[in-house]
Design a protein around this ligand. Structure first.
Ligand code: UDX
Length: 433
């Protein structure tokens, strides 16, 4: 099939690369010139494992065509995926301006009988609004659908190539439902994963409910960890003991400084706003959001309690990204904690395998180091704030030698407490004695 993807971010580019790999012809559009220029050279403007290789191959074979022009992208498209950003507004609601702008442009160029699919995470009812916007500006017949994306940064390509499920929301009108669903099922036919065919609003809610539930698991285990700290129990073992029950599952029960990124913080707040605007008091979700915000503060409190004042203290930080395997620092717990440390007068030096440039754009005062062990020089404490695998095996004796005081605060429960203490470190983590 001929596919147009609007928006060259994580979701758009990964979907474009995977659809091209499946043999479809794909046009990927973005209004940012620089992103398209890079793509034309087979390069990606963010770090995502496996993605550049796929893009490079597809661009070379002309299976994937990057463009800034809606006319070019939509000329032969049977299916259009809207994958533009929906960042949060101050109120917690989603800013839908990019989605509405895309709809206006789509209306000008869309081909007869094409399907416009919303992939961006959007509040309930948005796909219907998109239909109205397009309908007002075109006489051409078309249909809309909602097919949310569940990929995770850092493993976006394999999540999209091997999805757990493919959700397809179509209009409740019977004929439209059958036709549009058929087209989208055909488009995805080479992919595994259960198909969930439903209506537009349900599809939109599935995405929010999934992210909110995962966020709930994280806030839940973080509260259990805080309790473990008080009673002297071990949250890792609690999570294991709970997670072995298949009804609970082991995933997303890692305690730490809370969730960040471009999805969980935004989507939990947006779903909460949806509840408020529908006069529903979503108490549980409100608590999940609050617990996550408090978790970073509690961690800083631990550091402060141990070091006394933070004024003029040298703090070495390992990890800036909101999680491992990404260079993304959006809503990163590490970034908040570093900003607070700096505000309290600490000198912060940091290292991250991928996210240093992005972090520096936001916190200009941040000193960055080329190697992890450099952050330890004359440090009064070392903070681990992102769960990068490489932080598990650092040259600890060398690091200890460089530090003024050998204290480690592990905000990700990454390191084995017994083994690190053998090197003579004072070691503190989250919910582990
Ligand atoms: C998430 C969803 O997982 C994905 O399905 C959706 O499409 C987009 O949002 P992503 O934002 O890439 O994906 O990150 P994810 O891997 O889910 O992690 C989110 C945050 O939770 C990270 O900050 C991570 O460190 C934290 N986390 C995750 C925990 O603190 N504990 C855990 O057990 C798991």
């Amino acid at each position: 099939m001929n596919i147009a993807i609007i928006g060259a971010g994580y979701v758009g580019l990964t979907s474009a690369a995977v659809f091209a790999k499946l043999g479809h012809k794909v046009w990927v559009l973005d209004t940012a010139q620089e992103k398209i220029r890079l793509l034309k050279h087979g390069k990606v403007h963010f770090y995502e494992p496996q993605l550049p290789e796929l893009i490079r191959g597809a661009v070379k074979k002309k299976q994937l065509v990057p463009t800034e022009s809606y006319a070019v992208a939509l000329k032969s498209a049977d299916v259009i995926f809207v994958c533009v950003g929906t960042p949060p507004l101050e109120t917690g609601e989603s800013d839908l301006s990019q989605v509405f702008h895309a709809a206006e442009q789509i209306a000008k160029y869309l081909k007869k009988d094409c399907v416009v699919v919303m992939k961006s995470t959007v509040p309930v009812g948005t796909t219907e609004k998109i239909k109205e916007i397009i309908k007002k500006k075109t006489a051409v017949s078309f249909d809309v659908a909602s097919s949310p994306e569940f990929l995770r940064e850092g493993s976006a390509v394999s999540n999209t190539l091997y999805p757990d499920r493919i959700v397809i929301g179509v209009e409740s009108n019977h004929t439209a439902k059958i036709l549009t669903a058929k087209i989208l099922l055909k488009l995805h036919e080479k992919l595994l994963g259960e198909r969930v065919i439903t209506d537009l609003r349900t599809a939109e809610i599935i995405k929010y409910a999934s992210n909110a539930f995962l966020a709930t698991k994280i806030s839940f285990i973080n509260e259990i960890a805080n309790l473990c700290d008080s009673v002297g129990a071990n949250v890792d073992d609690v999570a294991l003991g709970m997670g072995l029950d298949p009804r609970i599952g082991k995933a997303f029960l890692k305690a730490g400084i809370g969730y960040g990124g471009s999805c969980f913080p935004k989507d939990t707040k947006a779903l909460h706003r949806v509840a408020i605007s529908n006069a529903y008091n979503f108490k549980l979700l409100k608590a999940v959001i609050e617990v996550n915000q408090t978790q970073r503060r509690l961690f800083l409190g631990k550091v402060r309690r141990e070091l006394g004042t933070l004024e003029k203290k040298n703090i070495g930080v390992l990890g800036l990204a909101f999680k491992n395997n990404t260079d993304d620092v959006r809503e990163s717990a590490a970034m908040d904690i570093i900003q607070w440390l700096i505000n309290e007068g600490a000198n912060v030096k940091a290292y991250d395998p991928k996210a240093m440039q992005n972090a520096k754009k936001i916190i200009h005062k941040l000193k960055i180091c080329k190697k992890p062990e450099e952050v330890a020089l004359k440090a009064d404490a070392l903070l681990i704030l992102t769960e990068w695998e490489e932080f598990k095996n650092l040259p600890w004796p060398l690091i200890k030698k460089k530090m003024r005081d050998a204290i480690i605060f592990d905000g990700r429960n990454l390191i084995n407490p017994q083994s690190i203490r053998k090197y003579g470190f004072k070691y503190m983590s989250i919910g582990r004695p």
